[in-house]
Design a protein around this ligand. Structure first.
Ligand code: XIL
Length: 367
């Protein structure tokens, strides 16, 4: 029996916070509703979230992660600048710990991300020359991917390499590696990753690819993917970040469909890698705002779940307690942001129920 939303909210809120909801009974002894993990398992999908140090320090949050996720990704601890703070110094402890946590709970772990202009170590600029940059990149990838060989579901090998606004002929972003190595730094990265872990699924990840405003980005990304595939570069999937918001027209199902089908037609898998819904411009009223956020989650998931090769969905955080959007997209009225599935007291919000219902619909269709 599926509990009513109100009953679940009450039972979850009154439950001891460190216990998973699934270990609790509601007042009348009815079983708790299926977790998101159970629903995703039933639909044959990955479902999970980005995590960071708060899974070590915040028991209620950790319980929700364990309950609802069958897949995790590090929000930043596997990024290049984190694992290589100096040219020869390495700091893998945090990433190792997150991976051990995932494995302990029988979850898949995604690798994010080997190459991203936002996480290029500062020392690279001083250390690398045109002659040495390719070797430094290859060494970073073979060390990182090799360390976790056989234990990572899929790697975001290259993140956000498209930026048509930069005016490069191929729509690529002007980054230090593009300057030092040239456009084939992308191919080099994928080949190095495949060599270090031949079993890993290798993903190109970017934002705006399924958004109505992303036409130029889509064109550049599909061109890039075509060029890579034509050259036999090992690439298996496309990650769409999906940092959505409440601005009118920032998402439409038709564009999601079109892009999802284009990716599938190339023989590539699709992953939603960083889903959240910024409520920066939503109404002040919390209930109204939560409803708007939940509506976007539900409609977006229905659209993406109807594409032919969707492997899974990861959100960029699980609770409004821990979200990068508090810093990145604060509200002008200073009210706390509410972009995720649980509120700051770890109560499931309307967005949780919208995701649950969308996973159920996908499960019934037998994705
Ligand atoms: C962000 C993290 O959430 C922040 O905590 C960090 O300071 C910067 O990176 N696209 C991505 C992610 O691919 O890696 C970014 O994560 C968010 C945007």
């Amino acid at each position: 029996m599926i509990l009513s939303r109100r009953r679940f909210l009450m039972s979850a809120a009154s439950a001891p916070l460190a216990l998973p909801v699934s270990a609790c009974m509601s007042a009348d002894g009815a079983p708790p509703p299926p977790t998101l993990r159970e629903r995703a398992d039933r639909a044959g999908l990955l479902f999970g979230t980005a995590i960071g140090p708060s899974v070590d320090t915040d028991a209620a949050y950790r319980a929700a992660v364990i309950r609802d996720c069958n897949a995790l990704v590090c929000e930043y601890e596997m990024k290049w600048d984190h694992i290589a703070p100096t040219p020869r110094g390495r700091a893998f402890e945090a990433a190792d710990r997150r991976l051990a946590f995932a494995k302990r709970h029988a979850m898949e772990m995604r690798g994010h991300t080997l190459v991203w202009h936002g996480a290029t170590p500062r020392w690279l600029g001083q250390e690398a020359t045109r002659a040495t940059a390719r070797r430094i990149l290859e060494a970073h990838i073979s060390e990182t991917v090799g360390r976790y060989r056989g234990r990572i579901h899929s790697w975001d090998v290259v993140n956000e390499a498209i930026h048509p606004e930069d005016g490069e002929s191929r729509g690529l972003r002007r980054t230090p590696l593009l300057g030092l190595i040239g456009p084939d730094y992308i191919e080099t990265a994928f080949r190095a990753a495949a060599e270090a872990d031949p079993g890993a699924r290798l993903v190109y990840n970017d934002y705006g690819l399924s958004a109505p405003w992303g036409e130029a980005r889509r064109r550049a990304a599909l061109d890039l993917l075509e060029r890579l595939l034509a050259r036999g570069v090992p690439i298996h999937g496309v990650g769409i970040q999906c940092h959505l918001d409440l601005k009118p027209g920032s998402f439409d199902p038709e564009t999601v469909h079109r892009f999802g089908h284009a990716v599938a037609a190339m023989g590539l898998d699709l992953l939603v890698t960083e889903l959240d819904v910024a409520d920066q411009h939503g109404p002040a009223d919390e209930a109204e705002r939560d409803t708007q956020v939940a509506t976007i989650y539900g409609a977006f998931l229905d659209a993406v779940l109807a594409t032919p090769r969707l492997v899974g969905i990861l959100t960029w955080g699980l609770s409004d307690r821990h979200t990068w959007l508090a810093r990145e997209r604060p509200r002008s009225d200073r009210l706390p942001v509410r972009p995720l599935l649980y509120d700051r007291r770890m109560r499931p919000k309307a967005a949780w129920f919208a995701v649950a219902a969308a996973l159920d619909r996908a499960g019934r269709k037998g994705v």
